[in-house]
Ligand binder design. Sequence first.
Ligand code: 5RP
Length: 218
Amino acid sequence: MNDDKKAAALAAIAEVRDGMLVGLGTGSTAAFAIAGLGDRVAQGLAIRAVATSAASERLARAAGILIVDFAGVSRVDLTIDGADEIDSRLFAIKGAGGAMLREKIVAASSDRMIVIADGSKRVARIGAAKLPVEILPFAAAYVLRVLAEMGGAPVVRADYRTDQGNLVADCRFTMPDDVGTLAATLAGIPGVLGHGLFLNEVDAAYIADDGIVTRLER
Ligand code: 5RP
């Protein structure tokens, strides 16, 4: 599985060119991309990067990648990130690592967003993975009530805060055919800061199975 994560990551970073501002995802697959980019930087690749989590920022700095503050960045050239599930529509569920809010913002700002994954993440239709929802602590009880009434059976991650200091509830929705309506409904709940449904952000995916990398393009 790790070999496939690495194979997918290395295929994706081949798209990175000199001068690019690169979005660095979060998680074990993204970590292979960060390490691979670090190797290329050591060989002379000139890039800057923004990180989607404190953990990825630490990894990137340790790998010698120049990190800039995303707060001053309006456009990213290419973002490379993992996923918990991805289907052939390039709909993804992300956020097992809790970074989906920053990941979605960085993806939205990116000219191109690539998901990298081993074959276990590829599904016919997204929906089996837990769907994480980031919640402002002030709004916790209200948002949890709404998520429960929507059938999401939310479970708050114990002893966990996001990089922004917020709560995460993992939900299990029966994924409707009209998943866009679910995404919009979740985003519209006051107190919900983000969720792990990525429906419009992903432009391409590199998925590796037993060393064979398949590229999906929107
Ligand atoms: C973090 C994420 C990760 O990209 C996702 O959970 C996949 O992680 P991994 O590559 O470790 O399986 O969305 O918020």
